[in-house]
Every structure is written in structure tokens, then in C-alpha cells.
Design a protein around this ligand. Sequence first.
Ligand SMILES: O=C(O)[C@H](O)COP(=O)(O)O
Ligand SMILES: [Mn+2]
Ligand SMILES: [Mn+2]
Length: 544
Amino acid sequence: MLSKLASFAGIQGPVVTIVMDGFGIAKSDVGSAIVAANTPTLDKLYATCPHITLRAHGTAVGMPSDEDMGNSEVGHNAIGAGQVYSQGASLVADAIASGQIWQGRAWQEIVAGAKASTLHFIGLFSDGNVHAHVDHLKAMILRAKEEGVKTVRIHAMLDGRDVPETSALDYVEPFEAFLSGLNGADFDAQFASGGGRMAITMDRYDANWSMVDKGWHTHVLGEGPQFASASDAIKGLRAQFPGTIDQDLPAFVIAKDGKAVGTIEDGDSVVFYNFRGDRALEITLAFEGDNFAKFDRVRVPKVTYAGMLQYDGDLKLPKRFLVNPPVILDTTGEWFAKSGIKQFACSETQKFGHVTYFWNGNRSNKFEGETYLEVPSDVVPFEQRPWMKAAEIADAMIDALRSGEYKTLRCNFANGDMVGHTGNFRAATMAVEAVDLELARVLQVVDEMGGVALITADHGNADEMFELDKKTKQPSLNADGSYKAKTAHTLNPVPLILFGKAAAGKLGLKQIEGAGLSNIAATTANLLGFEKHAKWDESLLEIK
Ligand SMILES: O=C(O)[C@H](O)COP(=O)(O)O
Ligand SMILES: [Mn+2]
Ligand SMILES: [Mn+2]
């Protein structure tokens, strides 16, 4: 049980955490949709409220290095758990470096299953290190060959979302060369199918199952437009759909003499090599789910299936996994529940699992006293609706605040991130403005209820909408002189703002050395009048 703080009994009203997804602090005004946007609410918050900056990338959120950008999983894990765990990217890299992954039963079963058949790898094909890394795939293919697997097929989701928007060939062409170097009389590894990650397979939070349906038809059944190689497919599809960036390219199948080279058959082994769970759960369910009814699978091959990690510890999905996931314990969700307070969590579909499943350490079950509200996201290209469901999320937060039921509430506004990922600068400024507008509505009610709000972000995105030249650090230009759009997250810090009349003049925020997202949990606890959990990183609350 959490004990009350000695010197400060906490805020009378509710304590709210608002995550503006993809909202970093830009180093340069050029290319920042946040700087370009009209943001009277945020401007006023910066002018009148205590605010500091937090680290939201690299080792501060459990990534292997400070070259790694932050992402929603590691960001929400850190905010919700108040601690930094080595995350999937690090755990997999370490398991490969130490060789531990090959000793595990899961890998051995995968290899045993594939010796007389085919080993399939399905996953995101880039070095973005948010969901997956091609180096992990490379290591597994080399090892599989060493252990006597003869046939390998790769089903590659093109990225362009965690890496530059039209970079697919930078990954695929060297990989084709790598595979031809390995291939010979007794080893045959090839790409078999693929498509843009936002077109097939990698849907999340039940937002659009038709993507997974398409992925199944592509990878498993081998149906779709045929090409001779993955690089041909990318070039051909780009020519056919000019202006389409990698993440949105349609599905393709590699075929020889009109026949798909890598359908998935009974007796094959399948590794879904993404380590991050949100976009891995649906396809995993399609392979493993009994009584599966999300779409007609037509044919369900009996395969040995493994995920890179276990993606959901509550649902035990998948059953077989190559590397143990971080065991995230003593989250705020759990500890506040144990202290008997009621908690409210809300977002729209695209980020719903972020404030529930990621927040609670990748668990899908609620803790006692938690209420979740999901606002269904539109299924549209978000540059066409940059306001997304910000207004509906604000409505829900306002109702929940006014109900007086909840001592702590949390929400995520998806706009800066989801629209930032489209690379559309104009739409991203509107996304930021939508959040700013709705923030004002929520904050008014926070004051009305005598509460306070911590306004923050999980990582940057809309703060850098143009690719920066690696050497000059200035925005890169396209051949026609326009700026090169950037769709990925950034390495920038994020804000932490303490809002509320209840705090004015009495409470502040400390900018301690190395402050990061994991310091928010203890800060929230203190605002609630609780001591922090012993395992949580330090509180940033200053009591004046
Ligand atoms: O899954 C995605 O959309 C991107 O790879 C990362 O975005 P997120 O970490 O903000 O969800
Ligand atoms: Mn995010
Ligand atoms: Mn994102």
C-alpha cells in the first residue's frame, strides 16, 4: 500500500496525465509542424505553468543506444511503469549476441520443424528498431543454414514509417545480394511476398482487420500481383502507383513460372520476427487462434509458429516465442489500483492500447478500479482527417472528470504522431492545432474539478517533418528543390507541463539531470498524495 506523503497531502481534485503522441521539442523551427501551428493553449501553458523537458529516446526508455528514437511502446511503458526496462530491441540483440536465443526450446522447435520443409520469416523489413531490425533476421537466417535448414522464405513488410519514406530498396537490394551469397546446392533462401506495412498484416488494436486478411492471402496463400523479385516488386509498384510511399505500397507475391515461390504449407515453420507486440498480435491470432472468425482464412496450414517475443502475457500470445519479453512489474496501474483509487484511461483506437496495454506493462487485463474508454478511430488516411478523434477524446475526458468518479485519469491524443507519420506538413500543423484546441477544453474542466494535469508526450514526430541531411543537419532537398518529407519519430526531448490552479504558486517541477518519461509515475503519485513505489524513478515534483 502506498503511504501518504508527510509534507504534502496531495491535490484534492483529480490528477490527469495527457500524452500528446509524437510531440517533441524541435531543435530547429524549419520543418516543425508544432512551431508552424497556431497553438494558443500551449503558448499560454508555457508562459504561465511550470514546465521542464524529458528524455524520451534511447537508453532513457530502454533502447539499445542513444541513436535509437523513442516510440509509443517504450514511451508508454516508461510512463506507466515509472521504471526503465531493457526493451525488445535490446533483449533480442543481446540474446543473439550471446547466442542464448539458439539454446531456447522455441528456436530448436522452429528449426526441427523446418528441416524437411520451409522456414518462413514474416516481419517489418528495416533497421528502424521500433518493431523489428533486419540484423535480427540476418542472424536467424545464417543460424538456420548452419543448423541444416534448406529452404527459407521471407515475407517482408516495407517500412517507410520508422525509416525514410522511400528507403525500401536500401534494405531489400543488399539483402538480395546477401541471400545470393548464401544460396547454393543445398540452401535456398528468397523473398516470397510483401507489401507496405500500412497496407497489409501489421494492423493494431482491431482497427482494420482487412489489412491482416490481405496479409494472410499474400503470405500464406500466395495470392496477389506477381513479380520476379522483391526489388522488382518495389520498382514495379512504385511505377504503377507514383507518389505512394513505402508504408502504403500494395501487397506483392514473388513467383516463378506463374507459381508463388513461398506459400505457407502444412509442416512449415513460421517466425514472426517483430519484437513489438501491438502490430504483431492480430496476425499471430490468425495463425494460432482456435475459433478464429475475424476473416476467412480459406486454408489454415499446420505450422510451428513462434513470435520473436511473447506479445501479450495475459493472452499468452504467441504460445511459442524466441526471446523472453521484459517482465514489467509494479506499474502505476497496478499500484494505484492497490491503493484503492479509481482510474480512467481513454484514447481512440489507434492509440487505445498505448494508454491501457503498454501503460500497464503489456498486459491486456484491467486492474481493479480501472475504466477504459475507446473512441473508434476512422479507417482513412489520417492526412485527410488530421483532427482525428481529438474532440471525442476530450468529450470523454470531460465527462469522466465531471463524474467525480476517478482520482486519476489518462488519455492520449494520437494526432501529432499519426499525421506526422504521413509526412504531410500541412496536415500535421492541423493535427497539432486540433490537439491544442481540445487541450483547452479538457484543462478548463481540470480546473473546474480542482485538479491538476501533467501534459507530456511519448516521443517526437511532428516536431521534425523534413529529413535532415546527415552531415549538415539541415533539411534535405528533393531533386525539385522541395523538402524531403520525414515520416519517422525524432530523438528530441518532450515537454512536461504542470497545469492547474490547484498547483499554482505551491507546486513546481524540478529539471533534474537525465529526467525522462519514467519520472512521471512518481510525480503523479506525489500529486495524488502518495509516496512513490520504491522501484520507480524519482519524482520531479517540487513542493514550494
Ligand atoms: O507502429 C507505428 O505506427 C510506428 O512504427 C511507431 O509509432 P508509435 O510508436 O507512435 O506507435
Ligand atoms: Mn507514440
Ligand atoms: Mn508513431
